[in-house]
Design a protein around this ligand. Structure first.
Ligand SMILES: *[C@@H]1O[C@H](CO)[C@@H](O)[C@H](O)[C@H]1NC(C)=O
Ligand SMILES: *[C@@H]1O[C@H](CO)[C@@H](O)[C@H](O)[C@H]1NC(C)=O
Ligand SMILES: *[C@@H]1O[C@H](CO)[C@@H](O)[C@H](O)[C@H]1NC(C)=O
Ligand SMILES: *[C@@H]1O[C@H](CO)[C@@H](O)[C@H](O)[C@H]1NC(C)=O
Ligand SMILES: *[C@@H]1O[C@H](CO)[C@@H](O)[C@H](O)[C@H]1NC(C)=O
Ligand SMILES: *[C@@H]1O[C@H](CO)[C@@H](O)[C@H](O)[C@H]1NC(C)=O
Length: 312
């Protein structure tokens, strides 16, 4: 009898053992799925999480603005651009296929960045440029193609150069500043301005106030997009942004398709990879593209900024 019980009890115990393991695995899996779907949240990629920080107070950029923040590179022009309606055309590949060219060209002022070309992309990005915001690191690429970037049919086209004062400032007598000077003498139909050192510092403190992070201590670099958005708010009553993704875009699981970072570099890096890597990088200085967009989303509620391709 004892033998029988034993031989019957053994498989029973084994079975309940298996049951326990099975249940444990089931619970673990469920937890994992729950956990990952919870963390499938954009915020995991945005260590700054501006959106969740209610302590931050937004700056009134219309008051913050001051045209004295820009000095002419040559001559004594004033930076006095004001537009009722602006099209801010980003360099993202999201503009491709938008067919927005005609709508952009109909807008009073068209703003572009760095060496984003129009030639060959007119259907999607249009062919007019009122203002081009150029980073110190993009100067050479812009100057190399004067027909594309410097000879404008728009009689009052403008370029604003931004960069560290030791590179782009009036007192900087380096190669870069001399190059910019030569360009603005040669292409006198265009008005060239550089951001003053004081204004550069104000861009930094604006970032600090809007994100709660000190730009330098957090090893962040401001992007041309940051400068351009702020300038656009200064200059324009209404802004329509083409090709900018919302801040949570790259954290979504549904985003798997590769989208080039720049529309004019189809074989270049992927946009989301560039955004996510920069956002989470700790070593060295990096752009905080996603954090910046969280701030843009806040500004969009304060000023008349609309986003299209994609809409948000
Ligand atoms: C995910 O996002 C939602 C809405 O933005 C938020 O309410 C929720 O707390 C977030 N969850 C996590 C785990 O971050
Ligand atoms: C630029 O502005 C200053 C003062 O605001 C003015 O005196 C000067 O005439 C202006 N220059 C031009 C070219 O408009
Ligand atoms: C580009 O410019 C020409 C005139 O210079 C215009 O006819 C055309 O409609 C413009 N827009 C596009 C999208 O090509
Ligand atoms: C500069 O503008 C004048 C008239 O405003 C125009 O005739 C000339 O072609 C322009 N030059 C360049 C290089 O665009
Ligand atoms: C906001 O801007 C859009 C164009 O960007 C314009 O159509 C709309 O009328 C503006 N709204 C207000 C309230 O000014
Ligand atoms: C950060 O962004 C820049 C573009 O501004 C890119 O060149 C660089 O590779 C990115 N860094 C990382 C780590 O992805």
């Amino acid at each position: 009898m004892a033998k029988l019980q034993n031989s019957a009890g053994q498989p029973m115990r084994q079975q309940s053992h298996r049951m326990v393991i099975f249940i444990a695995i089931f619970i673990l899996m469920t937890l994992l799925i729950l956990y990952s779907s919870n963390n499938n949240n954009e915020s995991i990629y945005t260590p700054f999480n501006v959106a969740a920080n209610n302590a931050l107070r937004s700056t009134d950029l219309k008051k913050w603005a001051g045209k004295d923040g820009y000095v002419p590179v040559y001559g004594n022009k004033n930076m006095s651009l004001h537009c009722r309606n602006c099209a801010l055309v980003t360099s993202s590949s999201h503009v491709l296929g938008s067919q927005a060219g005609e709508e952009i060209d109909r807008t009073e002022c068209v703003i572009r960045m760095n060496d984003a070309p129009t030639l060959g992309y007119e259907t999607d990005v249009g062919n007019r440029t009122s203002l081009r915001v150029v980073a110190h690191s993009s100067v050479f690429r812009v100057v190399r193609r004067p027909n594309e970037f410097l000879r404008h049919s728009d009689s009052n086209s403008m370029i604003i150069f931004w960069g560290p004062p030791n590179k782009i400032g009036k007192d900087a007598k380096g190669t870069l500043y001399r190059l910019i000077q030569r360009v603005s003498m040669t292409y006198s139909n265009m008005s060239c301005f550089s951001v003053t050192p004081i204004k550069m510092r104000r861009f930094d403190s604006l970032f600090h106030r809007e994100t709660g992070r000190d730009r330098q201590k957090s090893h962040s670099w401001l992007s041309t997009g940051w400068f351009t958005m702020v300038m656009a708010i200064e200059i324009c009553d209404n802004i329509k942004v083409y090709g900018m993704v919302p801040p949570n875009h790259c954290g979504k699981k549904s985003v798997s398709k590769k989208m080039p970072y720049h529309y004019y570099k189809p074989r270049g890096p992927d946009e989301c990879v560039t955004y996510l890597q920069n956002e989470s990088s700790r070593r060295g200085n990096h752009h905080r593209f996603i954090t910046e967009k969280q701030v843009f989303a806040r500004w969009a509620k304060q000023y008349n900024i609309t986003f299209t391709h994609p809409k948000w």
